[in-house]
Write a protein that binds this ligand. Structure first.
Ligand SMILES: [Zn+2]
Ligand SMILES: [Zn+2]
Length: 97
């Protein structure tokens, strides 16, 4: 599970469940995902309780579906959006580097 901030409203995303998606039927949903393999694939489902935004992530790596790249906070290790100048969790300021 990850600490995730909603891209739309910056609220906390909640982990819903890990779901097995049947590839082929959800091609419209996963069209941009590299390394597609035949059969099923497990994805983590996160939703924002504030605005209802739902995002899918591979179990190991963030899957943004064409969204912002992420960087790792050197202080707390949290993955945050690349355009943040300050860590939303520990307030680490990237501009001081
Ligand atoms: Zn939201
Ligand atoms: Zn941090």
């Amino acid at each position: 599970m990850r600490e995730l901030k909603c891209l739309r409203c910056s609220g906390d995303m909640s982990f819903i469940r890990r779901e097995e998606f049947q590839l082929g039927r959800t091609g419209w949903l996963l069209g941009d995902l590299p390394n597609l393999v035949a059969g099923a694939m497990e994805l983590d489902v996160y939703a924002c309780p504030n605005c209802g935004k739902v995002e899918l992530f591979t179990p190991d790596e963030p899957f943004e579906g064409g969204g912002l790249p992420q960087k790792k906070c050197p202080r707390c290790g949290n993955m945050i959006d690349f355009d943040y100048h300050r860590c939303p969790l520990c307030k680490y300021d990237f501009k001081t580097e």
